[in-house]
Design a protein around this ligand. Structure first.
Ligand code: NAD
Length: 374
């Protein structure tokens, strides 16, 4: 370029480049492996980290996965735990932790969805044993220091660095056996992580890029991952789930997760399905208060901001989300109880909550109708 050439700056308003937001954060530790067949590296990875006796945590209903990981662990397998339940009852974590402590194991290896990973995290916190995770759904839990425990009808979450895996192995092959119904709702769970990370008060430019890339991949690849067992599509959604979990693990949760946890803890509403059902209604409610965040999320997904709630609802329907909370065992008369507890808990929300607003949101999600009719 000669010295007389001018650089096209465009129109005057474009010259006002916004200063990136100031932020301070600690990056999360841990080693990640991603690749088809990456599970075959498990023993090598454990050996490199000088682990000798592994306690395997795998759900009793995962016969095929269990055999694959037993083979991958070989002589490092010292003990197996197969009792896994959603929302991790505290007494289950106690028993599993006691078993780990008495068996002289030096590492926990959890393979499965968020329930299995959640149990591994709770036990890692209790025993201070290092954790290795092989995720087989899109929960993204492996990337967050958050772990949940349920006592009675109350689910409480906590953050603890000891819950973060030392090694995560992502092998998209393992997700080719995941039933479509779980692919769809678990993918929406990942989208909810992206959305909540984008509108989090302490979001920063790094978490934004992670969450926006995650949302973009979910929009692009989730329908194919749902409709086929294509390993590349399921792998792309796995990358999205990792991005989503990483972003959320850094910034933390707000209204959407708080409502899902209440429904899960109080009414045993299934985790991924509840996220998938609720997300469009939460977007619709928050939109007037956070137009910039919704605009960026819509942009990443190639959608119009004013239609985002409806388009997320359509995506959720297209990937097999149950038609409303009524379809996952929630009774309409229970909405009042959930509303009262939610208001009592002073949930952090980017848009203030009122009794009427929360009732309207939950009734709409219960019915499962188009969130922006007309
Ligand atoms: P899940 O772990 O309960 O799995 C759902 C079902 O899918 C189970 O029956 C499981 O056995 C089956 N499954 C898993 N992988 C499979 C595979 N590859 N092939 C065939 N079947 C398979 O459900 P989830 O939605 O992954 O996790 C939900 C739990 O995770 C909840 O307790 C939730 O609170 C927690 N969670 C925590 C975080 C966090 O950051 N702490 C994030 C997301 C979810």
């Amino acid at each position: 370029m000669s010295s007389t050439d001018t650089i096209p700056f465009g129109d005057a308003p474009d010259l006002r480049i916004p200063m990136p937001k100031s932020f301070a954060r600690t990056s999360l530790p841990g080693r990640l492996l991603f690749g088809e067949g990456a599970l075959d590296d498990l023993a090598h990875e454990l050996d490199n980290a000088r682990f000798r006796r592994a306690m395997l945590i795998v759900s009793s209903n995962q016969i095929v996965l269990a055999q694959r990981i037993r083979d991958a662990l070989g002589s490092l397998l010292a003990l197996e735990w197969t009792e896994v339940r959603q929302h991790v009852p505290a007494e289950l974590a106690d028993r599993c932790g006691a078993s780990a402590a008495s068996a002289d194991v030096d590492v926990l290896v959890a393979i499965g969805g968020g329930s299995t990973i959640g149990l591994g995290k709770a036990v890692a916190v209790r025993t201070a044993l290092p954790l290795v995770v092989v995720p087989t759904t899109y929960s993204g839990s492996e990337m967050t220091p958050i772990y949940g425990l349920t006592t009675g009808r109350e689910k409480k979450t906590a953050r603890d660095k000891a819950a973060l895996p030392q090694i995560v192995i992502y092998d998209p092959q393992l997700l080719t056996g995941l039933p479509a119904s779980i692919v769809g709702t678990s993918g929406l769970n990942a989208l909810a992580h992206c959305a909540e990370a984008i509108w989090a008060l302490n979001a920063d430019p790094i978490t934004d890029s992670l969450a926006l890339d995650g949302a973009s991949r979910l929009q692009r690849y989730l329908p194919m991952a749902y409709g086929t067992t294509d390993v590349a599509a399921r792998g792309q959604v796995l990358v999205a789930a990792c991005l989503a979990g990483t972003a959320l693990g850094i910034v933390g949760t707000s209204l959407h997760h708080a409502l899902c946890h209440l429904l899960g803890g109080m009414l045993e509403a299934p985790h991924a399905e509840t996220h998938a059902i609720l997300l469009p209604y939460v977007i619709s409610y928050l939109q007037p208060a956070i137009p910039d965040a919704i605009g960026r999320l819509a942009d990443a997904m190639g959608r119009q901001p004013h239609r985002l709630a409806r388009d997320v609802w359509s995506l959720a329907q297209a990937v097999g989300t149950p038609p409303g909370l009524r379809a996952v065992g929630v009774r309409e008369e229970q909405i009042e109880m959930v509303t009262a507890v939610a208001l009592d808990k002073n949930i952090a929300s980017p848009r203030p909550l009122t009794h009427e607003a929360l009732q309207a949101l939950l009734h709409a999600a219960w019915a499962g109708k188009d969130p922006q009719p007309g």
